[in-house]
Design a protein around this ligand. Structure first.
Ligand code: MN
Length: 321
């Protein structure tokens, strides 16, 4: 922790970046840290692009820079949050020049431990939780905007405090953040009850693709570009769909396949009952957490589904053996 204190003391102008295709934790931890650094008298910008509509209200989101070229002045230190490796930063990766010191805060077990200061804690439910704990440890003030941002990261990465990463530590942090000004009811309303009509129609189509395999232990759903066109929904409308397949009784592994604009297929792996699925995602070139991971595989959809389903079924058989 002292190395982080030192890192913050030594620099004045911070850029904060997170993974591409930002989720609630990327946005919440990035913006939360920006508020904390600013309250500590530093200059801090969060850089991100493609922030989903669900998070377009998070405090400070209107000042997010979508490209390093939009920074008023070059940063003298970079925080990377919630990102496994620099390659996960998309176009923000170009910020990381060899002479620029980097602090890395992440909870993905496959984090490559890059950066001059790195804190990787796979037992932390969210990067936002780690930012909160760092601020508390270093006695940095956390105002209500920062608390709101960090709560967003925590509530989304724990699936509203239901995933296997939900523990006393995450609930205690949530209580502290609520004490600090985060409004759980208002945040839940903004994050979870703000579906578009198109998005709900898309969900109807997606649920009708349900496919059960391996005696009901593996369930999969998919979304195609054609389904987006048919309903008028945005790709981000499908962001919350990855857990439906797993929600079925008896299902150990739930899969969600999304056809990207470039024709590749994004696969989300969600597992239950202590089944670790990140190894399968890893063998397909992806990664993530034991019960929530992802990978990108070549299309078309049917071929992608068959090859991934085969890999999952082999994995389950190897666990049973
Ligand atoms: Mn996260």
């Amino acid at each position: 922790m002292n190395r982080f204190l030192d890192f913050i003391r030594r620099h004045d102008r911070f850029a904060i970046v997170s993974h591409l295709d930002p989720d609630g934790d990327a946005v919440g931890s990035g913006l939360g840290l920006a508020w904390i650094l600013r309250a500590a008298g530093k200059k801090a910008d969060f850089l991100s692009y493609g922030i989903p509509r669900t998070y377009q209200w998070v405090p400070g989101v209107e000042e997010v820079k979508s490209d390093p070229d939009l920074l008023e002045a070059p940063p003298d230190g970079v925080f990377v949050v919630d990102a496994t490796s620099p390659s996960r930063l998309g176009k923000m990766e170009k910020l990381l020049t060899p002479d620029l010191p980097v602090a890395n805060i992440d909870h993905h077990p496959d984090n490559t431990r890059f950066g001059e200061v790195a804190w990787v804690d796979p037992s932390a439910a969210a990067a936002a939780l780690m930012i909160w704990e760092m601020a508390r440890e270093l006695e940095l003030p956390v105002g209500h905007d920062a608390a709101t941002c960090l709560y967003v990261g925590l509530v989304t990465d724990t699936g509203r405090f239901t995933y296997s990463n939900t523990d006393a530590r995450s609930i205690a942090a949530a209580a502290d953040l609520i004490e600090g000004g985060a409004d759980p009811h208002q945040i839940a309303g903004r994050v979870y009850e703000n579906n578009s009509v198109e998005g709900l129609r898309l969900l109807g189509l997606v649920l009708s693709t349900l496919d059960l395999r391996d005696d009901g232990q593996v369930a999969s759903l998919h979304v195609t570009r054609a389904m987006l066109e048919e309903t008028g929904a945005m790709p981000e409308d499908a962001d919350g769909f990855s857990t439906y397949a797993r929600s079925i009784e008896g299902v150990k592994v739930g899969l969600f396949f999304r056809e990207s604009e470039d024709g590749t297929i994004k696969v989300s792996f969600r597992s239950n009952q202590g089944v670790h699925i990140d190894g399968v995602a890893g063998r397909l070139g992806g990664g993530g957490h034991p019960s929530a991971s992802g990978a990108r595989v070549p299309g078309p959809m049917e071929a992608a589904k068959e090859s991934v389903l085969r890999a999952v079924s082999e994995h389950l058989r190897s666990l049973a053996a």
